[in-house]
Design a protein around this ligand. Structure first.
Ligand code: ZN
Length: 426
């Protein structure tokens, strides 16, 4: 027994000392090429890439098949698993992250090839998380609360629509309001975080998309933020989009990964961002929780009342009520996951999914149609927004309590390291 133990200690020591950073860097390069190869088969797969352009050119010239990509990902995963575990915490996170991202790549290849997974199986395989199940009765209780708060009589959805009409940003004011919102989010973020010098973004207004906003990270600390103007944009969306897409959301997340991991450590795997992977839960969850970090509690309504309502030409005296109603409707976000789960699992059709969204998420019929289009395109990705936000919030609050400064520190650390959704419960 003692002998055996000694042997085990020896093996552990031998392994730890043989950790090979070059082998890991080589594996990282192979991972980037596999992700780029998958992007050639799956148009939405590569969300950002700013690594060596010749790697992409090589992949485009070879165009590996889905079977070759799958076999390459499985082999690389095995290679990583066979590597000795690094003792350094960041290096251990790196290895675990790469392995799990590769597992998600294999799952995505299978889906693109036609494999049918249940909604929860898919979200577990690709995003490393499963959204809770809620009944109709649960959402009905929440909508009753809203029923009491909303002025007027008649069906809730109609009263909510009528109430919200007064909070639409006029199209000609949209850019001014959005710029002011970005400035507010940026200055609050800069009070607590150091961003790479020269970071910047530009904003474009687009139409005919299934999403309401998108950050296309270009590398070199630059983002392109697109805002979809197909549907009316309500006043709360200005801060939502500015924080989520910009500060301290996607733009900050991508810039910090580039600064801390790609440039400072030479971790090339972060020059590519595969959309259908665990990284997306961290990205969307932190972008959504970032709104609460930048504007905790009642600060948001107070700030918007002074800074955004006047630019938009809206009545600031109703800002507080507007945000009380918003808080109640946001609790219904899990009804969106439920609609997507039932729809993708074949229990309901597209029209019924839109109806469900209207009834239980209180989404306007026009936006419900847009959201079903989103579910068609991105599938179980929908869990990343609300479950992602809740998981990131629980993680930050567990490590930082309610101390504002500590929360920013834990948040910044999360955005600067390779983390997996399953790490968030640790
Ligand atoms: Zn996002």
């Amino acid at each position: 027994m003692l002998k055996k133990l000694a042997a085990l200690v020896f093996i552990t020591t031998a392994c730890a000392s043989s950790y090979d950073p070059q082998a890991m860097n080589h594996a990282a390069e192979s991972y980037v090429k596999l992700v780029l190869a998958m992007g050639e088969h799956d148009a939405d797969y590569v969300d950002a890439y700013y690594g060596p352009p010749e790697w992409r050119a090589q992949i485009r010239a070879k165009k590996p098949s889905l079977d070759e990509i799958r076999a390459g990902a499985v082999a690389l995963h095995d290679e990583l698993m066979a590597m000795p575990a690094p003792r350094d915490h960041m290096l251990a996170l790196r290895r675990a992250y790469l392995s799990r991202q590769l597992e998600a790549l294999v799952a995505r290849v299978d889906i693109v090839k036609g494999k049918k997974l249940k909604f929860d199986e898919e979200s577990k395989a690709i995003y490393d998380a499963v959204a809770p199940h809620n009944s109709e009765a649960y959402f009905e209780t929440l909508t009753k609360e809203l029923d009491r708060e909303l002025p007027g009589k008649g069906p809730i959805i109609e009263r909510l629509d009528a109430f919200r009409k007064d909070f639409i940003i006029p199209k000609e004011k949209l850019d001014d309001v959005f710029k002011a919102a970005i400035e507010g989010c940026r200055s609050r973020t800069l009070q607590h975080m150091t961003l790479p010098p020269g970071e910047s973004f530009r904003v474009e207004y687009v139409t005919n998309k299934s999403w309401s906003g998108y950050n296309w990270y270009q590398g070199n600390f630059v983002s392109l933020i697109q805002v979809n103007t197909d549907l009316p944009i309500y006043i709360d969306r200005a801060i939502d989009l500015a924080c989520h897409e910009g500060y301290p959301g996607h733009h900050v997340y991508n810039s910090l990964l580039e600064k801390n991991l790609v440039r400072d450590r030479g971790w090339v795997e972060f020059t590519v961002y595969p959309l259908f992977s665990p990284q997306s839960l961290i990205a969307e969850g932190s972008a959504n929780y970032g709104i609460d970090i930048a504007f905790p509690g009642a600060e948001r309504a107070a700030w918007e009342k002074t800074h955004l309502f006047p630019i938009a030409g809206l009545d600031p005296s109703r800002a507080t009520l507007y945000y009380r109603i918003q808080d109640l409707t946001s609790k219904l976000s899990y009804a969106g996951n439920e609609a997507a789960r039932r729809y993708l699992d074949g229990e309901i059709n597209a029209a019924q999914a839109a109806e469900w969204l209207t009834k239980y998420s209180l989404t306007s019929p026009a936006r419900a149609k847009q959201r079903v289009k989103f579910i068609d395109q991105y599938r179980s990705y929908v869990i990343n927004y609300n479950l992602g936000k809740d998981l990131v919030r629980q993680y930050v609050e567990r490590h930082a309590g309610t101390n504002d400064e500590k929360r920013w520190r834990v948040f910044a650390d999360l955005l600067s390291s390779p983390r997996l959704p399953s790490d968030l419960s640790k």
